[in-house]
Design a protein around this ligand. Structure first.
Ligand code: PXP
Length: 250
Protein backbone atom coordinates (compact mmCIF):
# COMPACT_ATOMS: atom_id res chain seq x y z
CA UNK A 1 0.00 0.00 0.00
CA UNK A 2 1.13 3.56 -0.76
CA UNK A 3 2.48 5.78 1.99
CA UNK A 4 0.19 8.48 0.64
CA UNK A 5 -2.93 8.83 2.77
CA UNK A 6 -6.37 9.48 1.32
CA UNK A 7 -8.80 11.74 3.12
CA UNK A 8 -12.25 11.43 1.60
CA UNK A 9 -14.35 14.59 1.59
CA UNK A 10 -17.96 13.52 2.08
CA UNK A 11 -19.60 16.94 1.61
CA UNK A 12 -21.52 15.82 -1.45
CA UNK A 13 -23.15 12.91 0.33
CA UNK A 14 -24.73 15.66 2.44
CA UNK A 15 -25.42 17.72 -0.70
CA UNK A 16 -27.65 14.92 -1.96
CA UNK A 17 -29.47 14.72 1.36
CA UNK A 18 -29.94 18.50 1.46
CA UNK A 19 -31.62 18.34 -1.94
CA UNK A 20 -34.62 17.24 0.12
CA UNK A 21 -33.98 19.86 2.83
CA UNK A 22 -33.46 17.19 5.47
CA UNK A 23 -31.47 19.34 7.86
CA UNK A 24 -31.45 16.81 10.71
CA UNK A 25 -29.22 13.93 9.58
CA UNK A 26 -31.01 11.48 11.89
CA UNK A 27 -34.57 12.28 10.84
CA UNK A 28 -36.56 9.54 9.16
CA UNK A 29 -36.27 10.62 5.55
CA UNK A 30 -32.73 11.93 5.71
CA UNK A 31 -30.67 10.03 3.19
CA UNK A 32 -27.97 9.36 2.27
CA UNK A 33 -26.37 9.26 5.72
CA UNK A 34 -22.96 10.94 5.88
CA UNK A 35 -21.86 8.69 8.73
CA UNK A 36 -22.57 5.52 6.77
CA UNK A 37 -20.56 7.04 3.91
CA UNK A 38 -17.67 7.75 6.26
CA UNK A 39 -17.72 4.19 7.57
CA UNK A 40 -17.66 2.76 4.05
CA UNK A 41 -14.71 5.02 3.14
CA UNK A 42 -12.83 3.85 6.21
CA UNK A 43 -13.59 0.21 5.44
CA UNK A 44 -12.23 0.75 1.93
CA UNK A 45 -8.95 2.09 3.32
CA UNK A 46 -9.35 5.86 3.61
CA UNK A 47 -7.03 7.33 6.20
CA UNK A 48 -9.34 10.15 7.19
CA UNK A 49 -12.70 11.80 6.69
CA UNK A 50 -12.96 15.40 5.55
CA UNK A 51 -16.02 17.63 5.83
CA UNK A 52 -16.51 21.34 5.21
CA UNK A 53 -18.93 23.11 7.53
CA UNK A 54 -19.87 26.11 5.43
CA UNK A 55 -21.48 29.26 6.84
CA UNK A 56 -24.55 28.69 4.66
CA UNK A 57 -24.79 24.98 5.66
CA UNK A 58 -25.41 24.06 2.04
CA UNK A 59 -24.29 20.48 2.64
CA UNK A 60 -22.67 19.39 5.90
CA UNK A 61 -24.68 20.33 9.01
CA UNK A 62 -23.42 20.79 12.57
CA UNK A 63 -24.98 17.45 13.53
CA UNK A 64 -23.01 15.68 10.78
CA UNK A 65 -19.79 16.92 12.34
CA UNK A 66 -20.87 15.81 15.82
CA UNK A 67 -21.79 12.33 14.60
CA UNK A 68 -18.58 11.97 12.62
CA UNK A 69 -16.55 13.10 15.64
CA UNK A 70 -18.22 10.53 17.87
CA UNK A 71 -18.14 7.60 15.49
CA UNK A 72 -15.35 7.51 12.94
CA UNK A 73 -12.29 5.33 13.49
CA UNK A 74 -9.66 7.26 11.55
CA UNK A 75 -9.41 11.03 11.87
CA UNK A 76 -11.71 13.95 11.27
CA UNK A 77 -10.45 16.88 9.22
CA UNK A 78 -12.83 19.83 9.50
CA UNK A 79 -12.51 22.33 6.68
CA UNK A 80 -13.73 25.75 7.71
CA UNK A 81 -13.57 29.46 7.17
CA UNK A 82 -12.00 31.67 9.79
CA UNK A 83 -15.22 33.01 11.31
CA UNK A 84 -16.28 33.34 14.94
CA UNK A 85 -19.32 31.08 14.62
CA UNK A 86 -17.48 28.17 13.01
CA UNK A 87 -14.43 28.52 15.27
CA UNK A 88 -16.72 28.12 18.30
CA UNK A 89 -18.15 24.94 16.79
CA UNK A 90 -14.67 23.56 16.10
CA UNK A 91 -13.61 24.28 19.68
CA UNK A 92 -16.72 22.48 20.98
CA UNK A 93 -16.45 19.43 18.74
CA UNK A 94 -12.63 19.20 18.64
CA UNK A 95 -11.86 17.51 15.31
CA UNK A 96 -8.41 15.97 14.97
CA UNK A 97 -7.50 18.58 12.39
CA UNK A 98 -8.81 21.83 11.04
CA UNK A 99 -8.01 23.02 7.54
CA UNK A 100 -8.62 26.75 7.29
CA UNK A 101 -9.98 27.76 3.91
CA UNK A 102 -11.23 31.01 2.41
CA UNK A 103 -14.97 31.03 2.03
CA UNK A 104 -17.35 33.20 0.09
CA UNK A 105 -21.07 32.55 0.12
CA UNK A 106 -21.45 33.02 -3.61
CA UNK A 107 -18.75 30.54 -4.64
CA UNK A 108 -19.67 27.08 -5.92
CA UNK A 109 -16.75 25.49 -4.08
CA UNK A 110 -13.55 26.82 -2.48
CA UNK A 111 -12.08 28.82 -5.31
CA UNK A 112 -8.56 29.65 -4.25
CA UNK A 113 -6.11 29.36 -1.40
CA UNK A 114 -6.00 31.51 1.70
CA UNK A 115 -3.96 34.67 1.40
CA UNK A 116 -1.91 33.95 4.49
CA UNK A 117 0.24 37.03 3.97
CA UNK A 118 -2.71 39.44 3.92
CA UNK A 119 -4.66 37.63 6.64
CA UNK A 120 -1.88 36.92 9.07
CA UNK A 121 -3.42 39.09 11.82
CA UNK A 122 -6.79 37.32 11.61
CA UNK A 123 -5.30 33.84 11.32
CA UNK A 124 -2.84 34.06 14.19
CA UNK A 125 -5.34 34.11 17.11
CA UNK A 126 -7.48 31.39 15.51
CA UNK A 127 -4.49 29.09 15.08
CA UNK A 128 -3.51 29.71 18.72
CA UNK A 129 -7.01 28.85 19.96
CA UNK A 130 -7.17 25.68 17.87
CA UNK A 131 -3.73 24.62 19.06
CA UNK A 132 -4.71 25.20 22.70
CA UNK A 133 -7.63 22.81 22.12
CA UNK A 134 -5.19 20.19 20.81
CA UNK A 135 -6.27 20.50 17.18
CA UNK A 136 -3.67 20.22 14.42
CA UNK A 137 -3.98 23.03 11.91
CA UNK A 138 -3.58 23.10 8.15
CA UNK A 139 -3.78 26.12 5.86
CA UNK A 140 -5.18 25.68 2.38
CA UNK A 141 -2.91 27.77 0.18
CA UNK A 142 -2.06 28.42 -3.43
CA UNK A 143 1.26 26.80 -4.33
CA UNK A 144 3.56 29.82 -4.08
CA UNK A 145 6.76 30.11 -2.09
CA UNK A 146 5.48 33.30 -0.41
CA UNK A 147 2.37 31.57 0.92
CA UNK A 148 4.39 28.57 2.10
CA UNK A 149 6.79 30.86 4.00
CA UNK A 150 3.92 32.79 5.55
CA UNK A 151 2.26 29.53 6.65
CA UNK A 152 5.50 28.27 8.20
CA UNK A 153 5.87 31.53 10.13
CA UNK A 154 2.44 31.04 11.66
CA UNK A 155 3.52 27.76 13.25
CA UNK A 156 0.92 25.48 11.68
CA UNK A 157 1.61 21.77 11.32
CA UNK A 158 0.43 21.42 7.73
CA UNK A 159 -0.35 23.10 4.47
CA UNK A 160 -2.77 21.82 1.88
CA UNK A 161 -1.65 22.87 -1.58
CA UNK A 162 -4.48 23.96 -3.83
CA UNK A 163 -4.45 21.73 -6.90
CA UNK A 164 -7.49 23.31 -8.54
CA UNK A 165 -5.55 25.21 -11.18
CA UNK A 166 -3.76 22.07 -12.28
CA UNK A 167 -7.07 20.23 -12.37
CA UNK A 168 -8.69 22.95 -14.48
CA UNK A 169 -5.75 23.62 -16.81
CA UNK A 170 -6.98 23.88 -20.39
CA UNK A 171 -3.68 23.24 -22.09
CA UNK A 172 -0.77 20.92 -21.46
CA UNK A 173 1.49 23.94 -21.17
CA UNK A 174 -0.55 25.43 -18.31
CA UNK A 175 -0.78 22.02 -16.70
CA UNK A 176 2.99 21.67 -16.80
CA UNK A 177 3.49 25.13 -15.31
CA UNK A 178 1.04 24.39 -12.53
CA UNK A 179 2.73 21.09 -11.78
CA UNK A 180 6.10 22.86 -11.52
CA UNK A 181 4.60 25.41 -9.09
CA UNK A 182 3.15 22.63 -6.99
CA UNK A 183 6.45 20.74 -6.99
CA UNK A 184 8.40 23.81 -5.91
CA UNK A 185 5.88 24.73 -3.20
CA UNK A 186 5.86 21.15 -1.89
CA UNK A 187 9.67 21.11 -1.65
CA UNK A 188 9.70 24.46 0.15
CA UNK A 189 7.02 23.31 2.58
CA UNK A 190 8.90 20.08 3.34
CA UNK A 191 12.09 22.07 3.94
CA UNK A 192 10.13 24.20 6.42
CA UNK A 193 9.11 20.97 8.20
CA UNK A 194 5.47 21.35 7.26
CA UNK A 195 3.36 18.31 6.49
CA UNK A 196 2.35 18.67 2.85
CA UNK A 197 -1.16 17.74 1.77
CA UNK A 198 -2.90 18.53 -1.50
CA UNK A 199 -6.47 18.83 -2.61
CA UNK A 200 -9.14 20.24 -4.84
CA UNK A 201 -10.24 18.95 -8.21
CA UNK A 202 -8.21 15.75 -7.97
CA UNK A 203 -9.80 12.98 -10.03
CA UNK A 204 -9.06 9.57 -11.50
CA UNK A 205 -7.46 11.16 -14.58
CA UNK A 206 -5.18 13.77 -13.04
CA UNK A 207 -4.11 11.63 -10.08
CA UNK A 208 -1.08 10.40 -12.05
CA UNK A 209 0.15 13.99 -12.41
CA UNK A 210 -0.58 14.77 -8.76
CA UNK A 211 1.60 11.83 -7.84
CA UNK A 212 4.54 13.69 -9.43
CA UNK A 213 4.46 16.22 -6.57
CA UNK A 214 7.19 15.27 -4.08
CA UNK A 215 6.89 15.02 -0.31
CA UNK A 216 3.13 14.58 -0.05
CA UNK A 217 1.55 13.01 3.03
CA UNK A 218 -2.14 13.21 2.22
CA UNK A 219 -4.58 13.91 -0.59
CA UNK A 220 -8.05 15.20 0.22
CA UNK A 221 -10.52 14.24 -2.47
CA UNK A 222 -14.28 14.61 -2.62
CA UNK A 223 -16.23 15.34 -5.77
CA UNK A 224 -14.65 12.78 -8.08
CA UNK A 225 -14.93 9.92 -5.59
CA UNK A 226 -18.54 10.64 -4.67
CA UNK A 227 -19.39 10.97 -8.38
CA UNK A 228 -17.66 7.70 -9.26
CA UNK A 229 -19.52 6.04 -6.38
CA UNK A 230 -22.78 6.47 -8.29
CA UNK A 231 -21.54 3.99 -10.90
CA UNK A 232 -19.44 1.55 -8.89
CA UNK A 233 -20.41 2.13 -5.26
CA UNK A 234 -18.50 4.11 -2.65
CA UNK A 235 -16.26 1.31 -1.42
CA UNK A 236 -15.05 0.52 -4.95
CA UNK A 237 -14.63 4.21 -5.78
CA UNK A 238 -12.38 4.72 -2.76
CA UNK A 239 -10.42 1.56 -3.55
CA UNK A 240 -9.91 2.65 -7.16
CA UNK A 241 -8.47 5.96 -6.01
CA UNK A 242 -6.24 4.23 -3.48
CA UNK A 243 -5.01 1.93 -6.25
CA UNK A 244 -4.18 4.96 -8.39
CA UNK A 245 -2.19 6.43 -5.46
CA UNK A 246 -0.43 3.18 -4.64
CA UNK A 247 2.68 3.76 -6.70
CA UNK A 248 3.44 7.14 -5.15
CA UNK A 249 7.08 7.12 -4.12
CA UNK A 250 7.29 10.63 -2.71
N1 PXP B 1 -9.51 20.45 -0.02
C1 PXP B 1 -10.14 21.61 0.26
C2 PXP B 1 -9.43 22.59 1.12
C3 PXP B 1 -11.42 21.89 -0.24
O1 PXP B 1 -12.02 23.05 0.06
C4 PXP B 1 -12.07 20.90 -1.02
C5 PXP B 1 -13.46 21.15 -1.50
O2 PXP B 1 -14.31 21.22 -0.40
C6 PXP B 1 -11.39 19.70 -1.26
C7 PXP B 1 -10.11 19.51 -0.78
C8 PXP B 1 -12.00 18.62 -2.09
O3 PXP B 1 -12.11 19.07 -3.40
P1 PXP B 1 -12.86 18.16 -4.48
O4 PXP B 1 -14.26 17.99 -4.00
O5 PXP B 1 -12.73 18.95 -5.73
O6 PXP B 1 -12.12 16.86 -4.52
Amino acid sequence: MSGLRLGVNIDHVATLRQARYATMPESKNAEPDSLIAARICERAGAGGIVAHLRADRRHIQDRDIERLRQNIMTKLNLEMGNTAEIIDIALRIVPDEVCLVPEKREEVTTEGGLDVIAQRKELEPTIKRLHLAGIRVSLFIDPTLEQVDAAAELGVEMVELHTGKLANAFTEKIQKEELEQLRAAACAASESHLQVNAGHGINYKNIALICEIPGLTELNIGHSIISRAMWVGLEAAVKEMLAAMANYDG
